[in-house]
Design a binder for this molecule. Structure first.
Ligand SMILES: [Zn+2]
Length: 194
């Protein structure tokens, strides 16, 4: 194989790997293989690593605040991982953006009682469905239970668990509805896919 041919096949392989890792059709069999790893970040702050976007957690006396929720078939494992660090319910769920590897568990968690919060455009895009350019994937409209019920244009703050969690929108970047979550007291940021 010539050197240029080798370069070409590598260039093709990388996007395919990205697609495979973020398929919206995470099969139940694949989900069974996924293990949710809990990483301590600060006092009462955790990162859950499974498949899809990493999840942020604030856990404490006021309940559990979750950032993103990966894929629907992983919800029970995510709930079990949360239960290891808190005996409180998941009260709030914030989506950093509308992509399915960050919102796939919305319907399950919304039905379980979490209040879903996101930028205005997250709800708009989930409601309408549409093309995710990065994955070249056409996404159908989300069911009502998966949609954020509280939306904001610029920012919103949560006063929970002894911290101020400042959720703020940034100008169009990865999508037109990206938010960063700054745990002001813990000095932690969750940046979604930014
Ligand atoms: Zn994304």
């Amino acid at each position: 194989m010539s050197r240029s041919a080798a370069r070409h096949s590598l260039a093709v392989a990388v996007p395919l790997l990205l697609l495979a890792a973020a398929s919206p059709l995470l099969a139940q069999a694949d989900a069974q293989e996924v293990k949710i790893e809990t990483v301590g970040v600060a006092d009462g702050v955790y990162m859950l690593v499974g498949q899809g976007g990493n999840i942020g957690v604030s856990a404490g006396e006021d309940g559990v605040f979750l950032i993103d929720d990966q894929f629907a078939p992983l919800t029970e494992k995510i709930q079990a991982a949360v239960a290891e660090v808190s005996d409180q319910p998941i009260r709030f769920l914030v989506n950093t953006h509308w992509h399915y590897d960050h919102t796939g568990g919305n319907e399950n968690l919304g039905q379980a009682g979490a209040v879903i919060v996101a930028h205005d455009n997250v709800r708009k895009r989930m409601e309408a469905g549409g093309l995710i350019e990065f994955f070249k994937n056409q996404i159908p409209p989300a069911p009502k239970a998966a949609l954020p019920v509280i939306t904001f244009a610029d920012s919103v703050s949560f006063h929970l668990n002894g911290d101020e969690l400042h959720v703020f929108h940034v100008p169009p970047a990865h999508t037109d509805g990206d938010s960063i979550i700054h745990f002001k007291g813990a000095n932690v940021v969750h940046m979604g896919d930014l």
